[in-house]
Write a protein that binds this ligand. Structure first.
Ligand SMILES: Nc1ncnc2c1ncn2[C@@H]1O[C@H](COP(=O)(O)OP(=O)(O)O)[C@@H](O)[C@H]1O
Length: 193
């Protein structure tokens, strides 16, 4: 199974991505989590050793809630999707975040002879995104930074929905429900496709 999970800050995308990885027994590729691990925990996670340098350049962007430049993220995904553990599938969370990243992902997958199954969009109202994000205690979850991430989500990530919809690869789920219910709805939709 090869899935992309789309949603704003606090939409529950990391929770659902984790659950889907367990369900399908495929690795999770979370750009936000990987960046944060490196930046805040000084974690030189061996699997990502060759990406350490690249990721350290991302730090100032993450701290301000800005998007890391596309070229850096594309390089990150390019290296990650060539690692052997992802050969049988993956769940991608936090990427793509811009239309350009979505196009580049398709080019990359084509060159690897792979194909995305579905892009799953977790839809939640803006107020839910903000209140859930403020309820976490990550260093970049202060109010102005959360607001910036939500703004960027509407400006840069929402256009991706159309990209996947035109290619008949978009599944939209109401993310404003209990995590268990959201997961059930995703699995039901996937089994009907
Ligand atoms: N695909 C990406 N493109 C650009 N920046 C990214 C990407 N993925 C993660 N980031 C950076 O990492 C931060 C945290 O990502 P994430 O945990 O997915 O955020 P959120 O809490 O908004 O869901 C983002 O604010 C951004 O700076």
């Amino acid at each position: 199974m090869k899935l992309v999970i789309l949603g704003g800050s606090g939409s529950g995308k990391s929770t659902q991505a984790q659950r889907l990885c367990n369900f399908f027994d495929v690795p999770l590729i979370s750009t936000g989590q990987t960046l944060r691990n490196f930046i805040y925990d000084d974690n030189t996670n061996s699997g990502y050793a060759e990406l350490g340098n690249l990721i350290s350049l991302a730090k100032p962007y993450v701290e301000k809630g800005e998007l890391v430049p596309d070229e850096m993220m594309i390089e990150f995904i390019r290296v990650r999707l060539k690692q052997p553990d992802v050969i049988n599938g993956w769940i991608l969370e936090g990427y793509p975040r811009t239309a350009f990243q979505a196009e580049e992902l398709d080019f990359l997958l084509e060159s690897l002879g792979q194909k995305l199954d579905w892009a799953i969009y977790l839809q939640v109202p803006e107020a839910v995104m903000v209140s859930r994000s403020l309820g976490r205690s990550l260093p970049d979850d202060q109010p102005e930074i959360v607001q910036r991430r939500v703004e960027l989500f509407y400006d840069r990530t929402i256009p991706i929905l159309e990209y996947y919809d035109r290619r008949r690869r978009l599944l939209t789920i109401n993310g404003d429900q209990l995590a268990e219910q959201v997961q059930q709805n995703i699995l039901t939709l996937l089994s009907g496709t």
